[in-house]
Design a protein around this ligand. Sequence first.
Ligand code: NUP
Length: 211
Amino acid sequence: MTELVLSLDVLDRKQAVSVAESCAPFIDALKIGYPLVLSTGLSIVEDLADLALPLIADFKVADIPNTNRLICEAVFSAGFDAVIAHGFVGPDAARTCVEVAHNHSGAAYIVAEMSHPGATEFFHGGVAESIAELAVTCRADGIIAPATRPERISRLREIVGSKAIYSPGVGAQGGDLDTVARLVDGVIVGRSIYEAENPAAEAERFSRIRR
Ligand code: NUP
């Protein structure tokens, strides 16, 4: 079954906890990133821990190996279960994220191609394919691929095989849930759920559309 990952990009601690709590029965994981962590600090992880959902740190880690190691150590020490890292930085830097994740029994996902319109400027022309290959050779647990371009997901699937593909861009960015859910292991949805009048009802609606 295709997982549903809630991207919790709200800025207020109380709202984050209440949206997460109400959506918890319908989602498989929570993804949080700079917007929430920079507003609340890493202690938000403790506030969300009671929900017993996997927590994915979307920090798109993209630095030299040593700095990537320091960042990922902090991520997993804070209680996250997975990290999202960039692959364009090259195999040594990406592999460091994977190694730290695995040392903590966690997972690392490499961004192969981003979902926004401007991403085609640099990710197309073979770059996304090379990053997907890098994710395989670095033993990453999976890749991030764009729900806004299902044909690109299919192309990247040829490269990563049975590795997990998580896909943001459904809903607010225009990606179609039904189409994408058949191609990936998990869809990542943010605004369409947390900006809804009733986030739990919307999460339930999304969770009903599975492969
Ligand atoms: O390529 C990417 N596109 C993307 O939207 C890689 C990402 N990590 N994301 C993130 O997914 C983005 O930063 C946001 O947190 C979430 C999508 O949110 P929404 O467009 O559903 O609100």
